[in-house]
Design a protein around this ligand. Structure first.
Ligand code: F0G
Length: 354
């Protein structure tokens, strides 16, 4: 059967009915890739999987929530949506609004969103408001303006978003035949970790899995309110997607940490970029810097034994590497080799670099 998106697939578990006009781009159903090389490289016997959410239609997990949020906004008669964003939400909002024929307003921090994401918001025709401030300032503006203008908020404070995003957990349980022992995610606003917990809990309660995973959230050291224990007013990190100091789902995520038996930790930009490169070079999987935070974290905790051998571990890669080409190129020492279109020159270049 033709796959037509996660609402159609999970309609019995989502707030839709047979009359709902579904706004979809075929999101969800993303690959769960088992890592072959990295566990051997680190000498640990673990089943490590990547949930490659960068392969959603706009290149990030946000599409799972956006299909739900825009479907409901249209159902409620809304003609415009608005979000604050570090980039990916704005790309998804712009695309799904275009699909639905409604307007998207996106508020982004000036100069701090990756090029690919800005290109997406622009080409899909969103109205882009760049603010001289960070994501948290943008979020504050969105909440205030939504009370004064006829626009639906599609940030993850919109609970339909979390409903859509919970389907990633369903897919993982179905594919593995059970929940994993550990699920590692990069955390910014903490919407996604919350959505996964909702999904895992739903399947566990119905006996579709024998357990729920320990939920492990990893942050960038310069934007790590869950690790420092206090909000951060001037978050900074190369992983711009998670450059957030005042997470909206803060309380929910702290409850999930306790209920699941998981934990939070943080990593330097250097460690995050190292993990991004390790994954691309050793497994052929390219994710954006924020996403690599989950791998940086899992690798550290597997190596230290905090995640014991014999465990199954899923790391969510939230966004595609192509979202942020500047950062990718910036961390490659090897530059293209300039040659003339001459057989000897090309042959020599190959031999020199074998
Ligand atoms: N990874 C990526 C690539 C993201 O874009 C985000 C959030 C996260 C992780 C964190 O997810 O907020 O649910 O904890 N990006 C939002 C945006 C804030 O505007 O695109 P979270």
């Amino acid at each position: 059967m033709r796959y037509t998106g996660l609402i159609e697939r999970y309609k019995d578990r989502l707030p839709v009915n047979s009359n709902t006009n579904i706004i979809s781009l075929g999101e969800g159903n993303t690959p769960l890739i088992k890592l072959n090389n990295i566990p051997k490289d680190i000498g640990k016997d673990v089943d490590m999987y990547i949930k490659y959410e960068g392969l959603n239609p706009t290149g990030s997990f946000k599409d799972r929530g956006m299909t739900m949020a825009v479907t409901k906004a249209v159902e409620e008669g809304s003609k415009a949506i608005i979000c604050a964003s570090t980039g990916n939400t704005s790309a998804a909002a712009a695309a799904y609004a275009a699909r639905a024929g409604i307007k998207a307003f996106v508020i982004i921090p000036e100069g701090k969103i990756a090029l690919g994401k800005l290109a997406q918001a622009m080409i899909h025709g969103a109205v882009i408001l760049q603010i001289k401030g960070n994501f948290d300032d943008g979020m504050r503006m969105v909440k205030e303006v939504a009370d004064h203008a006829p626009v639906s908020i599609v940030n993850s404070i919109n609970l339909f978003r979390l409903q859509g995003q919970k389907t990633a957990a369903f897919e993982i349980v179905e594919e593995l035949g059970d929940a994993p022992d550990y699920h590692c995610l990069p955390v910014g606003n903490a919407g996604n970790i919350s959505a996964h917990w909702i999904g895992y809990s739903e399947y566990f309660k119905e006996g579709k899995s024998s357990k729920t995973p320990k939920m492990v959230g990893y942050q960038a050291a310069g934007a790590a309110p869950f690790v420092t224990g206090h909000m951060v007013d001037n978050p900074e990190t190369v992983a711009t997607a998670i450059r957030i100091g005042h997470p909206q789902s803060h309380h929910l995520a702290l409850q999930i940490e306790k209920m699941s038996g998981g934990w939070f930790d943080s990593f330097s930009d250097e460690d995050i970029l190292k993990a991004q490169k390790f994954l691309t070079e050793r497994e052929g999987i390219f994710c954006e810097p924020a996403s690599a935070t989950s791998v940086a974290g899992a690798l550290q905790d597997i190596q230290s034994g905090k995640i014991p051998e014999g465990s199954s571990v899923v790391c969510t890669l939230t966004g595609h590497g192509l979202k942020d080409p500047d950062t990718a190129i910036g961390q490659c020492d090897v530059k293209p080799i300039l040659v003339n279109p001459d057989l000897n020159e090309v042959k020599q270049a190959i031999l020199d670099n074998m």
